[in-house]
Write a protein that binds this ligand. Structure first.
Ligand code: ADP
Ligand code: 5GP
Length: 206
């Protein structure tokens, strides 16, 4: 019997700023080398320690809007005063080739990915133990000015209410525990796809 034709899944990880997306996604990619990471384009300035093309593709607003108008973004949003978007082609190519992709994007982007990819996307919301934890983590990360931290915490209160429509919520209290939960979600999705015999039919459940 021929092997079932499999296609990849998109794992969308969202959280308020400081919630741990970058940390969790990096650990997930190290632990599971079969996953690929979507590199977003953004108009925000590069932070110390970031690298062009690795952390983000840093572009001018004009270049961003050219990509958007040309339909080259799977989703895009304005977040904390800058534009962010997911280049469409690398994600669709990975999925078509059977590779799973991790997207660390905000709640507006997650909604658009759900519309574009349906159940092929699994939406995971990382919850901080409390807003006070978020504040402390952002202060400790030392990448944001006090004004930017205030802005991100105000946004966090709005974003947290979106956790309800995600497929999964994971509390990022102890990082090792959160990683166990996320790995379980990723492997459960893999198994369901395999059992559904290709899953392109959309019969698998999220
Ligand atoms: P995001 O990408 O969601 O903005 P980060 O991954 O940059 O968040 O995490 C924000 C800060 O909190 C980083 O300095 C990170 O090392 C730290 N952090 C992440 N998860 C935890 C955790 N479970 N416990 C304590 N600190 C954490
Ligand atoms: P940061 O500037 O801290 O890297 O990210 C700020 C916010 O933008 C985070 O919530 C992050 O998930 C979100 N973000 C990063 N890339 C994208 C993207 O491509 N699309 C959308 N919609 N949000 C993104």
């Amino acid at each position: 019997m021929a092997l079932p034709k499999t296609r990849g899944r998109a794992f969308v990880i969202s959280s308020p700023s400081g919630g741990g997306k970058t940390t969790v996604a990096a650990r997930l990619l190290r632990a599971l080398p079969r996953l690929t990471r979507s590199v977003s384009v953004t108009t925000r300035p590069m932070r110390r320690g970031e690298r062009q093309g690795r952390d983000y593709d840093f572009v001018s607003p004009a270049a961003f809007h050219r990509l958007r108008r040309a339909g080259q973004l799977l989703e895009w949003a304005r977040v904390h005063g800058a534009y962010y978007g997911t280049p469409k082609r690398p994600v669709l190519q990975a999925l078509a080739g059977g590779r799973d992709v991790v997207l660390s994007i905000d709640v507006q982007g997650a909604r658009q990915v759900r519309r574009a990819l349906g159940r092929r996307a699994a939406l995971i919301f990382l919850l901080p133990p409390s807003v006070e934890h978020l504040r402390r983590r952002l202060v400790r990360r030392r990448t944001e000015t006090p004004a930017a931290i205030r802005r991100r915490l105000a946004a966090a209160r709005r974003e947290l209410s979106c956790a309800a429509w995600y497929d999964y919520t994971v509390v990022n209290d102890r990082l090792t525990r959160a990683m166990q939960d996320i790995r379980a979600i990723v492997s459960a999705h893999g198994r369901v796809v395999a059992r559904a015999g290709g899953a392109a039919s959309g019969q698998e459940r999220g």
